[in-house]
Design a protein around this ligand. Structure first.
Ligand code: NAP
Ligand code: MG
Length: 402
């Protein structure tokens, strides 16, 4: 078979620990034999981030702006222990945070569904994609502890000196207060990312806030979504046969649980934080969760939702056998390659991406899986394999399909 060619590169961002080990094996076994991979490589491994004072992360993000598609391996977000372990010059920020700040995007997380792993919620048949607004609210709040009696107010002072004032509370004793904000511009780009991704993946978009209680703050989210939808997306959604649906946050939770899935659930920052963990767990395994950052300009960055699987890496370093699940990382590659193919009208590449995903799922449905899945799968004939044999088994399934 002739190898598939790629006219435009995609941005490849290598990472850390066990996922870095998996990364190179996926390329060797599942990509390079079939594709003349055309990537612009950035090493986001912690060692090289430190050597470049983290400039490599900024360069990679700018490259995604240039080529529109990137694929990223999980990376270490340094904490005090990592600074010591890697003898770092400083405690660098999370690479995902840096990239997101440059691309200004929304992260969409979706589970990969396989027959033997049953969601805890019986009605769920299709993936539920969570879109989390990644700016503001309590994540950028200011807080105060109040001691004793006194008046707490919200004050806005305009550039011209005019003041706007609201009483928060007349305190009669100890308590707490919090001030938080968001920006129309950020909410607008969140809305556009969600609507674009809905069109992209042909799925309904659901959004919810508590606008009945929060008549200015949450209501602004509701209004911005509706205005943008009506002005820019209504016709496109009609043509695609998909819907935008708004309701209250408590109502949406009930509806999601009763649904069969298959929608994009747009969440405010805090709701997304909480609900993404709930949805991931309810679908079975963090190792089966994909993640894609979509910017309002239409740039895409694909990755696995899990981290670098440090515990397995230390076993691997000691020469012990590991059984790390590579599915989410494989799907990061297939997602990026498919998007590259779609943008370049490269049908062979799109086709290959579909087959790679089908082969990965079929391997598991045939009973061959890593330990994390074997523990929760319902299947008559399970073979638990190690990290490397799992990828080799997927290759066998893939070769039989091509
Ligand atoms: P993690 O890498 O997601 O792993 C946590 C645990 O989940 C693992 O120990 C393992 O459980 C299970 N697990 C996760 N992925 C798995 C897979 N593919 N196959 C099998 N089991 C899997 O989280 P962490 O250990 O808390 O974080 C490690 C590093 O990752 C940290 O330095 C953190 O900064 C980084 N991180 C990066 C990203 C990112 O780049 N997007 C995201 C999150 C965390 P068992 O040990 O029970 O087998
Ligand atoms: Mg969370």
């Amino acid at each position: 078979m002739e190898k598939i060619k790629m006219s435009t590169p995609l941005v490849e961002m290598d990472g850390d620990e066990m996922t870095r080990v998996i990364w190179s094996m996926i390329k060797d076994e599942l990509l390079n034999p079939f594709i003349e991979l055309n990537t612009e490589y950035y090493d986001l491994g912690l060692k090289y981030r430190d050597e470049t004072n983290d400039q490599v992360t900024v360069d990679a993000a700018n490259a995604i702006k240039k080529y529109k598609v990137g694929v990223k391996c999980a990376t270490i977000t340094p904490n005090a222990a990592r600074v010591k372990e890697y003898d770092l010059k400083e405690m660098y920020k999370s690479p995902n945070g840096t990239i997101r700040a440059i691309l200004d995007g929304t992260v969409f997380r979706a589970p990969i569904i396989v027959e033997p792993v049953k969601p805890y919620v019986r009605s769920w048949k299709k993936p539920i994609t969570i879109a989390r607004h990644a700016y503001g609210d309590i994540y950028k709040d200011v807080e105060m502890k109040i001691e004793g009696k006194g008046k707490c107010e919200l004050v806005f002072t305009g550039e011209d000196g005019t003041e706007q004032r609201e009483l928060i509370h007349n305190f009669n004793g100890n308590g707490v207060v919090m001030g938080m904000h968001n920006l129309n511009k950020s909410i607008e780009s969140f809305a556009r990312s969600c609507f674009n991704f809905g069109l992209d993946t042909k799925q309904d978009v659901w959004f919810a806030t508590k606008d009945t209680i929060s008549k200015k703050y949450d209501h602004t989210f509701k209004d911005i979504f509706q205005e943008i939808f009506d002005a820019e997306y209504k016709e496109k959604f009609d043509a695609a046969g998909i819907e935008y649906f708004y309701t209250l946050i408590d109502d949406v939770v009930a509806r999601v649980v009763k649904s069969e899935g298959g929608m994009i659930w747009a969440c405010k920052n805090y709701d997304g934080d909480v609900m993404s963990d709930m949805v991931a767990t309810a679908f079975g395994s963090l190792a089966m969760m994909t993640s894609v950052l979509v910017s309002p300009e239409g740039n895409y960055e694909y990755e696995a939702a899990h981290g670098t699987v440090q515990r397995h890496y230390y076993k691997h370093l000691k020469g012990e056998e590991t059984s790390t699940n590579s599915i989410a990382t494989i799907f990061a590659w297939s997602g990026a390659l498919r998007k590259r193919g779609e943008l370049d009208n490269n049908d062979a590449l799109v086709n290959f991406s579909d087959k790679l995903e089908k082969a990965s799922i079929k391997t598991i449905e045939d009973g061959i899986m890593t330990k994390d899945l074997a523990l929760i799968a319902v299947h008559d004939n399970i073979t638990t394999v190690n990290t490397f044999d799992f990828i080799k088994e997927i290759r066998k399934t893939l070769e039989a399909m091509l």
